[in-house]
Ligand binder design. Structure first.
Ligand SMILES: Cc1ncc(COP(=O)(O)O)c(C=O)c1O
Length: 500
């Protein structure tokens, strides 16, 4: 925290403000911009922490000898980007949207050493940081791991510890524990129409790990990877850590929609979430699926199908996998246990076409020396003995009713101000706002109430951004969801008066 009052410290940061006629090159930068930069730096570095009240624009203009207009313009920009929020009657505050963001690496940490990050490392650090998981109402993507059947798991795991077979203490060769790969092959072929044998299944340490393996083995430096826009930050991060070039591709209600110019780029990798697009929930239509598979087959592209939450459909029939339609052997199917069991288990799986299965298994072993064999063995039993299916039924029932309560409570409060996504699936719903709305400011406003919703516009790489809020319903206890939903609805209604 800065020991000086904000205005005094800002005055020192900005230096004397020269009259317009005598301004040097530095001061040719508009004054609102200098003020905006100073405040933004202070917020990102934590000097101005979340919840800090800023002086009014009138006070600051007087103290800094700036025009009120200059200060208002700087504040407006910070509000638009979600760094601060104005609450009518209370003042202007630093939001906690930026809490999960990384403060700049202090120069002193690098002093005396050559700058060590590669160009790739710099890119990775410069892109939006991963969102830290806070356990607060409506955090998207969080599953209710309090429902996990700990006792059953313990019993299954204890047996393996008692038997203490030496193979479970070793690295996991051959793509992972064989009975687990068999159980997964059975499960995905029955539940998701994936065409697969256990030889094609590999156990990985998470979806990002699967993506990294694909990029490492299938793409050359400089190749293009298509990613959905909006899309999953985790996939972008993983691909961004390799030397492929990311190309954002638009998504509409029928899923991925490449333009003619996109089609010319001849991607090597195409990352998609066809069963339930992340984060809008769109389901890829059959005609788009076929067009994508034909394109990939013709041009030697690999499609990475991330089927991260297909277990959670609350009405209608499940949507089959893209891999099940693939006659070109160009789809790599990715699944995870982060959503179905708990995120910290860090076990996921991928299925690869038979022709590259051995190469993938050997690379997985050489690059990672995979482990967690006790956990893999326990999970194999958990699935084979029917506990996984029982747990999924229970979660579907819990999440389905939470989703319904959230929708029913929100709808009458927000009325025509926003549209709630129809897909009864996944772990979050999308509250779609008009294009003119400032979803970042609305999310910041909700955060001041302790409600963590994420602005849809921040999931884009490209310029054209739809607006909305992602509200996770899986983790909010059933008896509390209506109360929180009312607070969220009221916050949206209030916010739309200022930020609509
Ligand atoms: C689209 C998508 N894919 C995959 C995952 C899971 O990733 P992991 O298996 O690395 O935990 C998530 C988690 O939020 C996700 O949103």
């Amino acid at each position: 925290m800065n020991p000086l009052p904000i205005a005094e410290w800002l005055a020192a940061e900005l230096g004397p403000v020269a009259p317009k006629a005598h301004r040097s090159k530095r001061s040719a930068t508009p004054r609102y911009r200098l003020l905006y930069d100073a405040l933004r730096r202070a917020i990102l570095s934590g000097q101005l922490p979340a919840g800090e009240r800023l002086p009014s624009t009138r006070e600051l203009a007087l103290d800094l000898k700036l025009s009120r207009n200059t200060v208002v313009t700087a504040f407006d920009q910070l509000i638009a980007e979600g760094y601060i929020v104005t609450l009518t009657g209370s003042g202007t505050f630093v939001t906690d949207r930026v809490q999960g963001q990384r403060p700049p690496i202090p120069k002193s940490a690098l002093a005396g050493r050559r700058l060590t990050l590669s160009a790739r490392g710099e890119r990775l650090i410069a892109s939006d940081p991963a969102i830290t998981q806070e356990i607060q109402p409506f955090v998207p993507d969080l599953d209710d791991f309090s429902a996990f059947p700990v006792k059953i798991w313990q019993r299954l795991q204890n047996r393996h510890w008692r038997e203490a077979r030496s193979e479970l203490f070793d690295y996991g060769a051959g793509g992972g524990y064989r009975p687990l790969r068999e159980a997964i092959a059975r499960y995905v072929s029955l539940a998701r129409s994936v065409q697969v044998s256990p030889e094609q299944v590999l156990i990985t340490a998470g979806t990002q790990h699967s993506i990294l393996l694909c990029a490492g083995l299938l793409a050359n430096a400089g190749d293009t990877a298509w990613v959905e826009d909006p899309g999953y930050w985790g996939a972008r991060k993983a691909l961004g850590a390799t030397d492929v070039h990311l190309r954002p591709i638009a998504v509409d209600k029928e899923g991925l929609k490449p333009s003619l110019a996109d089609l010319e780029t001849r991607p090597r990798l195409i990352y998609v979430t066809p069963s339930h697009h992340y984060p809008t929930g769109a389901v890829m239509s059959l005609s788009r699926r076929q067009a994508l598979l034909d394109f990939a087959g013709q041009h030697g592209a690999w499609v990475l199908e991330d089927d991260y939450d297909s277990e959670f459909r609350y009405s209608g029939r499940p949507i089959s996998s893209l891999q099940g339609l693939d006659s070109h052997d160009c789809v790599i199917y990715l699944g995870t246990f982060s959503k179905t069991l708990f995120p910290g288990i860090k076990l996921a799986y991928m299925t690869v076409p038979p022709g590259i299965a051995e190469a993938f298994k050997s690379a997985l072993y050489d690059l990672q020396r995979p482990g967690q064999m006790m956990t893999q063995a326990t999970l194999a039993d958990f699935i084979a003995q029917g506990h996984f299916a029982t747990h999924m039924r229970k979660l579907r029932q819990i999440y389905g009713s939470r989703r319904e309560i959230l929708v029913k409570t929100l709808r009458p409060i927000i009325g025509s101000l926003a549209t709630i996504s129809r897909e009864a699936s996944g772990l979050h719903l999308l509250i779609e706002l008009p294009e003119s709305a400032n979803d970042i400011a609305l999310a910041a406003l909700a955060a001041t109430e302790g409600l963590v919703v994420r602005p849809l516009s921040t999931y884009y790489l490209g310029e054209h951004r739809r607006k909305g809020l992602l509200a996770g319903f899986a983790y909010v206890p059933t008896h509390e969801i209506a109360r929180h939903a009312r607070r969220l609805g009221e916050a949206i209604r209030r916010g739309m008066r200022s930020y609509g």
